[in-house]
Design a protein. Structure first.
Length: 324
């Protein structure tokens, strides 16, 4: 059955892939984005499609749309350099943006999915991280605007659910990569690929022993849709990510080898404050409730991502902040 769906942050990396998935499934999609980190290039191929509409709007300001079935709330800068550029605005995006999405969902009786994050676990002292773990977050550090903003958004989701019976889904997204990553988002996958393709040194923060798990974007989007389609009795939160773990040095070496260049690896920068030493999801809940698990291996996903980066005209992108 065709649905009318709002995707906030729909011109971003994840949002644009989600719009593709929903439009291709025959749904009517409204994409909302203020284009701070999202870019029109990500959704240009959808322009003119009768099932797609773009609205340029900042979710910190209220919005009204009639007759919606579902709301995917993805709006928020997610890379540290971007969300630390204006930490107050980042917190407002998480809190006010979620309140506005929930208020709209309550009014039109739409189901609301919140794109939360593995950052709610902070620098974890439990590994891998299950949904029951309450985290180790520094509430006054430079990452707090994002970490605590997303934690507050989860609180709002469950308060609306308890108080107003709003139908909700909370998904905690772990590191995701793939085509349409912003080339200047400052994340390790985009940084390493861009540097390797340019023949530049690969820069690593710390000694490279910190670990991450990397989920290809197609798998992630499948997890979001599966979460939205579960029955109303399942609210989450649920982890969506890849349970295979790699060190940052492992990733750098893979990228250099796959690009085939001569880039050297430099470990010359200090580890940022509160940067997690380990990050890997426990996905038992997703396996059980969503019947979901990632299917795309890291090297296969990296190949597709590198191939996309080779087609990118970097002059068509700007660094959204000076902190990339």
């Amino acid at each position: 059955m065709s649905k009318r769906i709002l995707v906030t942050g729909g011109a971003g990396f994840l949002g644009s892939h989600l719009c593709d998935r929903l439009v291709n499934a025959g749904h009517s999609v409204i994409c909302m984005d203020n284009l701070f980190t999202g870019v029109m290039l990500n959704i240009a191929h959808l322009e003119g499609n009768p099932n797609f509409e773009f609205i340029r709007h900042d979710v910190t300001e209220g919005f009204k749309i009639d007759a919606l079935d579902e709301i995917y709330n993805l709006a928020c800068p997610a890379a540290p350099g971007h969300y630390q550029f204006n930490p107050v605005k980042t917190m407002k995006t998480s809190v006010l943006g979620t309140m506005h999405a929930l208020g709209l969902g309550k009014r039109v009786k739409a189901k609301v999915l919140q794109a939360s994050t593995s950052e709610v676990y902070g620098d974890p002292d439990v590994h891998p991280q299950p949904e029951s773990y309450r985290g180790n977050v520094n509430p006054i550090g430079p990452r707090a605007c994002y970490d605590e903003g997303k934690r507050a958004a989860e609180s709002l989701m469950f308060d609306y659910h308890r108080l107003h019976q709003t139908r909700i889904k909370v998904v905690r997204i772990f590191n995701t990569y793939g085509p349409r990553m912003h080339p200047f988002d400052g994340r390790v996958v985009s940084n390493f690929i861009r540097q390797a393709l340019a023949g530049e040194a690969i820069t690593i923060y710390g000694d490279g022993s910190q670990s991450r798990s990397f989920c290809f974007v197609d798998d992630l989007i499948d997890g979001l849709v599966r979460a939205m389609e579960t029955g109303d009795d399942f609210t989450g939160p649920v982890n969506i990510g890849n349970e295979q773990e790699f060190t940052i040095l492992d990733l750098a070496q893979k990228v250099v080898r796959m690009v085939g260049g001569a880039s050297r690896i430099e470990m010359s920068r200090p580890l940022p404050q509160d940067d997690p030493k380990q990050r890997c999801p426990d996905i038992m809940l997703a396996r059980r409730e969503l019947k979901w698990a990632p299917t795309i291996e890291l090297e296969a996903g990296l190949r597709r991502t590198i191939d996309w980066f080779k087609t990118v005209d970097l002059t068509q992108y700007r660094a959204p902040t000076p902190n990339y």
